[in-house]
Design a protein around this ligand. Structure first.
Ligand code: NAD
Length: 343
């Protein structure tokens, strides 16, 4: 079977990293031992296109996605399985995959703690004005008035969680000891839990001092945080997004930060990825952006490796995938998270 993987290029000396063209999450020996052909790509454009015709499985990570658009899927008549080496399968056109009977399967839960920790860190970085304090320290300055002018405590703030699934709930659990008020919006998970109260979307947007986004990218969430929604957010509030870049409108966010209506933005997700050098989010005011790595801790990478091998084993042995991992199968989107409709 021909299996095509797209991973970021390995650099010599980075021996811990599993998700790259060198280690390829252990797939080289795993697949060779089973007699399969493995093609490892570092370019997700022309190189990927060359292999569409005869690939049977495609594997990529959301950090460095192989964008399997409708056009690409139509040119891949032998493709049966698209594996996401991580969580979040929006880089595959899920409707086209359904129509062409391609299964889309991911390693659900593999990096949820890593992302939850990162989101809590981002909230602290923004509220405490860490970026300015760090900038001064690196650049030889000691301007305490400038950094103190925008530094806040987290305690007593109202934190809104958009998308209360695995990651959203872990964020609430981790935020609770900071003595904050936590509220969430989720079209499926509308129950209060011990840490967080369910509120309608409009209330979440209007009453949160900071919002952290943890929903998948779907037609419902695509561009949801546009200029209208950003305008409804509290003046001087903060926004964190470790879910998907496209959930927030690129230009509307820049404008909201320039106007100081939104006080700061942090996250690790962009559109497209890799983000071009001139992407406006790299230079917009009060940003604490990173490249997409919140879910790529070494612990998470190991879980991703094990999960991808488990998915492949099941596929080769004609066994069902684990329900939790399945996004598309049998010609339909079966994941509840990807089918959720805003109420
Ligand atoms: N930055 C990273 O490295 C990284 C890593 C893992 C996951 N993610 C992103 O985080 C997302 C969430 O991951 P998870 O493991 O918590 O998934 P999950 O499926 O457990 O939870 C997602 C939640 O979002 C909710 N949701 C769906 N549509 C919604 C909508 N329109 N409005 C509000 N909520 C909605 C679902 O009902 C569900 O409860 C993934 O889909 C992925 O895009 C990012």
């Amino acid at each position: 079977m021909k299996i095509v993987v797209l991973f970021p290029e390995a650099v010599e000396g980075q021996d811990n990293q599993l998700l790259n063209t060198d280690k390829a999450i252990g797939l080289k020996s795993f697949l060779q031992d089973k007699g399969h052909e493995l093609v490892i790509l570092k370019d997700g454009k022309e190189d990927l296109d060359k292999h569409l015709e005869d690939m049977e499985v495609v594997i990529s990570a959301p950090f460095y996605p192989a964008y399997m658009t409708k056009e690409r899927i139509e040119k891949a008549p032998n493709l049966k399985l698209a594996i996401t080496a991580g969580v979040g399968s929006d880089h595959v056109d899920l409707d086209a995959a359904s129509q062409h009977n391609i299964s889309v399967v991911e390693v659900t839960g593999s990096n949820t703690v890593s992302v939850a920790e990162h989101a809590v860190m981002d909230l602290l970085i923004l509220l405490r004005n860490y970026e300015e304090g760090h900038r001064q320290s690196k650049e030889g300055e000691w301007n305490l008035s400038q950094v103190g002018n925008d530094a806040y405590e987290l305690q007593h703030k109202t934190i809104g969680i958009f998308g209360f699934g695995r990651i959203g709930q872990l964020v609430a659990e981790r935020l609770a000891p900071f003595n904050v008020t936590i509220q969430h919006y989720d079209p499926i998970n509308q129950k209060d839990n011990e840490h967080s109260k369910f509120v309608k979307f409009d209330e979440l947007v209007k009453t949160s001092d900071a919002i952290t986004i943890h929903a998948p990218l779907t037609p419902e969430t695509d561009n949801l945080f546009n200029s209208d929604v950003l305008a409804k957010m509290k003046d001087g509030s903060f926004l964190v997004n470790t879910a998907r870049g496209k959930i927030v409108n690129t230009d509307a966010l820049v404008k909201a930060l320039e106007d100081k209506h939104i006080q700061g933005y942090a996250g690790d997700v962009w559109y497209p990825q890799p983000a071009p050098a001139d992407h406006p989010w790299r230079t917009m005011p009060r940003n604490a952006m990173t490249v997409h790595y919140s879910g790529m801790t070494l612990e998470a990478q190991k879980r991703i490796e094990d999960g991808v091998k488990d998915i492949l084993d099941r596929f080769f042995n004609d066994q069902p995938f684990q329900d939790k991992d399945v996004i598309v199968s049998g010609g339909r989107i079966s994941s509840a998270s990807y089918n959720a409709k805003n109420d």
